[in-house]
Design a protein around this ligand. Structure first.
Ligand code: G3P
Length: 223
């Protein structure tokens, strides 16, 4: 499921990808994935996980989980619950949902126990190295200042991408590296893969596009 290349589409809390629109966005992802052979993962808001995972066969990931387990916890999102609602994995520590290093570790362990894949989001090479030491399935390096900028990290700051790839190789070559922030075209994806990543994590380049389906097809055209 996670062979090269991989596109992870974060629906965030955009109104364009919420509720029934989340299902439509995930169906676009599925159509492009089937036609191109590129693996595409949809990341809807938590309340939309069940309806999206029930509508598509491609992997659906949560945007965040807490390390709380079953029991007396209020307002937490557990790995078991998102798994039972059809999620196959989760983002952890996205720059818009930062958590402590100890919480990243607990969330990875809870995810592993529940059978969820993990993508830990990082903001520089040092944090990427720390995250890789916790053995997630993926790390996704994203300089926050480029998020939503349409200035692709693979062009604006290639060193942070190649440096993260090298750092993770030294720590654990099994951990795969994604990059994100400002990604919106097939050229951006091709540059990310040339820098040694297995794919990209993106949001506004597709979700806010006039034609999200066309934007997804453009993303895969160079792969
Ligand atoms: O999770 C990916 C996201 O933070 C990147 O945002 O809008 O620059 O693709 P965007």
């Amino acid at each position: 499921m996670y062979k090269k290349p991989l596109i992870v589409l974060n629906f965030k809390t955009y109104s364009e990808s919420m509720g029934e629109k989340a299902v439509l966005m995930a169906k676009y992802c599925q159509e492009v994935s089937i036609e191109s052979g590129v693996n595409i993962i949809s990341c809807p808001q938590t309340p939309d996980i069940f309806r999206v995972a029930s509508a598509v066969k491609i992997p659906v990931f949560a945007q965040h989980i807490d390390s709380a387990g079953a029991g007396s916890f209020t307002g937490h999102i557990t790995a078991d619950c998102v798994r039972s609602n059809g999620a196959k994995g989760t983002l952890i520590n996205h720059s818009e949902r930062r958590v402590l290093l100890s919480e990243i570790d607990s969330a990875i362990q809870a995810s592993r126990k529940a059978g969820l894949k993990t993508i830990v989001c990082t903001n520089n090479i040092a944090v990427t190295s720390a995250a890789a030491a916790l053995l997630p399935d993926f790390v996704a390096v994203e300089p926050p200042e480029l998020i939503g900028s349409r200035i692709p990290v693979s062009k604006a700051n290639p060193e942070i991408v190649s440096g993260s790839v090298e750092a993770v190789k030294k720590i654990n070559p099994k951990v795969k590296v994604l990059c994100g922030a400002g990604i919106s075209t097939g050229d951006d994806v091709a540059s990310a893969i040339e820098l040694g990543t297995v794919g990209v994590l993106l949001a506004s380049g597709v979700i806010k596009a006039k034609d999200p389906r066309a934007a997804l097809f453009d993303l895969v055209k160079k792969i």
